[in-house]
Ligand binder design. Structure first.
Ligand code: CP
Ligand code: NVA
Length: 328
């Protein structure tokens, strides 16, 4: 994988994804034991952010520092404003050994990869969030005691957002059984669904789209994300009306009829009134919680903070795999 970019899971084979997950588990164990081989010494990496972040930025920084890399955080560059993407990519490729990008357009991350000549990692675009899915898969292997190919995974909410798309791809690649529980208008695009159903014919997975809460029966994992993604803030009223019946609450968890079901969320989450956005939604719409109830978020089924930690280990694996020959 040395020299490759990580722009979408569509570009990676099931075996490559499994190798990244094994490497992530290995580096997680090494860190726990205090072993720091510094395999990225003398590597410089740059983190470009058009959108806000806590986990992704901190995961790239801590993972980079653990491995001896030097890290630049850049959120106010000339890129796209006074300098073309192509020119910026060519400049950054002269300075850096790897580039992370978080922003709006998937095309931006693809152009950076095309013109920089170094590995580029997608830290979230409007379309995909592939490093998050690696963390989610690692978390599932740790908490669900079945092979991934037997796991029944339900994504609840805005199933056509970056997480809905990327999780459907990740599940299909791993041969998992993926269900999107969402209002029809928020189902993932037919083109992507068709492509993933086709892929499932070889991996053994399946893709189900449903509007019926009872279809969570038998789920091993219930996953949700915010109702309004970054950049879509104009859509609160419409999304709340569409998605209120799809909140992950104790009733939905009970409908799985699985006492061992786990709850995952990429975070950040609106499960109480402790955020300025949450407070303003409460003042306008009267909601105390959005995509998940505080009860479920804090329940023993919830593994969201293990999942957040796994961002660091999986991102470390992606950087090692693409900047060194550790998996070649
Ligand atoms: N899950 C995730 O990407 O978190 P941040 O937005 O905080 O990076
Ligand atoms: N769908 C969310 C994910 C945040 C990690 C967003 O794009 O805002």
């Amino acid at each position: 994988m040395k020299g490759r970019s990580f722009l979408t899971l569509l570009d990676y084979t099931p075996e490559e994804i499994r190798a990244l997950l094994r490497l992530a588990a290995q580096v997680k164990e090494e860190k726990k034991q205090g072993i720091f081989p510094e395999r990225l010494r003398h590597k410089n990496i740059v983190l470009l952010f058009e959108k806000t972040s806590t986990r992704t930025r901190c995961a790239f920084e801590t993972a980079g520092y653990d491995e001896g890399a030097r890290v630049t955080f850049l959120s106010n560059s000339q890129m796209g404003k006074k300098e073309s993407l192509e020119d910026t990519a060519k400049v950054l490729g002269r300075f850096y050994d790897g580039i992370e990008f978080r922003g709006f357009s998937q095309e931006t991350v693809e152009l950076l990869a095309k013109h920089s000549g170094v590995p580029v990692w997608n830290g979230l675009t409007d379309l995909y969030h592939p490093t998050q899915v690696l963390a989610d898969l690692l978390t599932i292997t740790e908490h669900v005691k079945k092979p991934l190919s037997e796991v029944r995974f339900v994504f609840v909410g805005d199933a056509r957002n970056n997480m809905g798309n990327s999780l459907m791809i990740g599940c299909a690649k791993m041969g998992m059984h993926f269900t999107a529980l969402a209002p029809r208008s928020l189902f993932p695009s037919e083109a992507l669904v068709e492509r993933m159903r086709h892929l499932c014919e070889t991996t053994g997975g399946s893709i189900t789209l449903t509007e019926n809460r009872d279809d969570v029966c038998g789920a091993d994992v219930i996953y949700t994300d915010v109702w309004v993604s970054m950049g879509e803030e104009a859509h609160y009223a419409e999304r709340i009306a569409l998605l209120e019946p799809y909140r992950v609450d104790a009733d939905l968890m009970a409908r799985t009829k699985n006492p061992d079901v786990k709850f995952l969320h990429c975070l950040p989450s609106f499960h109480d009134l402790e955020t300025s956005v949450g407070k303003s939604v409460f003042e306008t719409y009267g909601l105390r919680e959005m995509e998940v109830s505080d009860e479920v978020f804090r329940s023993s089924a919830s593994v969201v903070f293990d999942e957040a930690e796994n961002r660091m280990h999986t991102i470390k694996a992606v950087m090692l795999a693409t900047m060194t020959d550790i998996l070649d």
